[in-house]
Ligand binder design. Sequence first.
Ligand code: NAD
Length: 443
Amino acid sequence: MKIAVVGTGYVGLVTGTCFAETGNEVTCIDIDQRKVDKLSAGEITIYEPGLEKIFLRNLKEERLHFTTDLQSGIKDAKILFLALPTPPGEDGSADLKYVLGVAKELGKILDQYAVIVDKSTVPVGTAEKVHQAIAENSKVEFDVVSNPEFLREGVAVEDFMKPDRVVIGTDSERAKKLMNELYAPFVRSGNPLIFMDIRSAELTKYAANSFLATKITFMNEIAQLCEKMGADVDMVRLGIGSDARIGKRFLFPGIGYGGSCFPKDVQALVKSSVEVGYDFKILNAVMDVNERQKLHLIPKIKAYFNGELKGKKFALWGLAFKPNTDDIREAPALYMIEALLTEGATITAFDPEAMKNVKELVGDQIEFAENQYDALQDADALLIATEWNEFRTPDFLRIVKHMKNKVIFDGRNLFDTDTIRELGFHYESIGRSAVTQNNSHGQ
Ligand code: NAD
């Protein structure tokens, strides 16, 4: 089948590549000329495990094309995916200018029946707006379908190729048939293609992300209690996670959720709720707690150094908002960097994939190291903001050799506290008792 994907970011590039992988002919359209040039030349623009290999294969076999030209890009496409940004507007609601702008353009250039699919995360009622924006100019029949995307950055290819479920909101039998055909190869193992009405599909995406953000936040609050009550959050996590109703996943406490989805989607759902006269109390609390959690380590660091961070040198491991991605949108590490720089500290950071993006954002306000150990040179403390696998079992002797003080503040609970105690570190993490050493002091 011939399909088009408008917007070639994290979602669009994975969507386009994976549809090409199942034999479709896919054209990805983006307004960013540099991105299109790079992709056309075989240079991948995001870090996503497993993507480059199938991207190159499908490019070579000419099932995957890139262009900035919407009109030629959508030519003969039966299904057109909109994978455009929906960032928070000034009031927190999802800004639909990209989606509706493209919809308007499509209305002028569609020359045969097509299914227009909202893959972007959009508020309830958006498909109707997209329909209207296209219909204003269109002379041909078309259907608008909601097909929210549930892929997780870092495992996006796996999630797309083997989805837990595919949600499709449509009121058109014609569109349903085409979507069924397109997705059939992805649900062969029996995971469901769930067809529903458009509004329910739109809300499903916000409900899923808001629930997950709430689950993380709940554990972050339990972690706060653990610290105050002398309990160990890892034990509580194991204790509650064994209950099948609760489940083991998404129970890890840390320095808050970030990324391009949870923060903006929770905020947008709160805003949508207000618009229909409903006060979504839990989600308001989730946002408050998460704001606080992102800076949870800062007072601990300050207390350790007797309130004086000026001139202190910190090594920072992890910048991406989570492992296995170069995405730094709303990354807790960025909030920590800002807070520490304001206090007059200096920072040398290392991240396996995200340093380029952070460099573009903060320039030379911080230093970047070649590897995780170089970042530690003369550091007063090591801070951990992202749980990359390579940070989990480091060479502690190398760590000690490089650092000025044996001090670690761990926002992701990477290390076993008993091991760390034996190694003689001062170690503070989330929801667990601090490991202190008699001979450690803050100066
Ligand atoms: P992104 O910013 O990575 O990509 C968006 C792309 O759209 C960019 O390449 C941009 O240049 C392009 N673009 C902007 N205006 C355009 C236009 N007029 N014509 C063509 N291209 C245009 O965004 P993303 O992370 O891929 O997210 C896209 C949507 O998917 C959002 O609504 C997001 O909430 C949703 N989503 C994201 C994820 C995720 O993990 N990133 C997961 C599920 C859903």
